[in-house]
Design a protein around this ligand. Structure first.
Ligand code: 13P
Length: 256
């Protein structure tokens, strides 16, 4: 049974004070949620102080990126070891905004993935097609490219530590969520591909999150799909009330 995982990607939002206020609200409103793994991924500058606030809570901490070297003269970069040290359990890798604006490619995703795993961080690896690629009927081809190259050299033991996030670029920050059928179709494709790359049992153990305009109004429908194992939430995770509602609605679906 795959445990549902809902993560908030705060992107480049929130000062330390704003982050502390949000974490206080989430701790107050979500303390009794047990059947869902809850993760928040704030900017680097907030990690260490929020880690202290999250000790002994049911909310885990993740970063939004990392660099693959342990240390060195790499101005502006942060390593897996530093993220661990700051209190992270998770790290997002290969987000489409990194691919789009910062030159992230499958090869760098792969190096980052290996560095995260070597350090014991749980990678959330993002894959997904642009609108042009979807319209050109290339969705599956893009997913295959992102996954086969991103996971190159990753063995079965390692892949079991990974979470995949399917994030269609056209649904991110646009309000155009993929329909639950579109999400399920892509998730099923990803799981079938993982079964080919590894084996069915392994593929059945890997959690696949959906990301792209997830809101309180669409989470229930998404989570009901067989291969949707959670959500990676952007905009709606910046507001305590909406992130809480997303998690509570998912928890209700699991109970029903
Ligand atoms: P939105 O929920 O704002 O569409 O962002 C999704 C996302 O990019 C999460 O990583």
């Amino acid at each position: 049974m795959r445990k549902i995982i809902i993560a908030g990607n705060w992107k480049m939002y929130k000062t330390i004070k704003e982050g502390q206020e949000l974490v206080n609200a989430l701790k107050r409103d979500l303390y009794n949620i047990e059947n869902i793994d809850i993760v928040i991924c704030p900017p680097y500058t907030l990690l260490s102080c929020l880690a202290d606030m999250l000790i002994e809570s049911n909310i885990s901490l993740g970063a939004q990126d990392l660099f693959w070297e342990d240390e060195g003269a790499f101005t502006g970069e942060v390593s897996a070891r530093m993220l661990k040290d700051a209190g992270c359990t998770f790290v997002i890798i290969g987000h489409s905004e990194r691919r789009q604006y910062f030159g992230e490619i499958n090869e760098s995703v792969n190096k980052k993935l290996k560095a995260a795993l070597a350090c014991g961080l749980i990678p959330i690896v993002c894959v997904g097609e642009s609108l042009k690629e979807r319209e050109g009927k290339k969705t599956f081809k893009v997913l295959e490219d992102h996954l086969t190259n991103g996971l190159s050299g990753i063995n079965q033991q390692e892949v079991l530590q990974i979470i995949i996030a399917y994030e269609p670029v056209w649904a991110i920050g646009t309000g155009n969520t993929a329909s639950s059928a579109q999400a399920e179709e892509a998730h099923k494709y990803i799981r079938d591909l993982l079964a080919k790359l590894y084996d069915q049992e392994t593929a059945d153990s890997i959690r696949i999150q959906y990301g792209g305009s997830v809101k309180p109004g669409n989470i229930s429908e998404l989570i009901r799909e067989a291969d949707v194992d959670g959500a990676l939430v952007g905009g709606a995770s910046l507001d305590g009330a909406s992130f809480t509602e997303i998690i509570r609605k998912a928890a209700e679906v699991l109970k029903s």
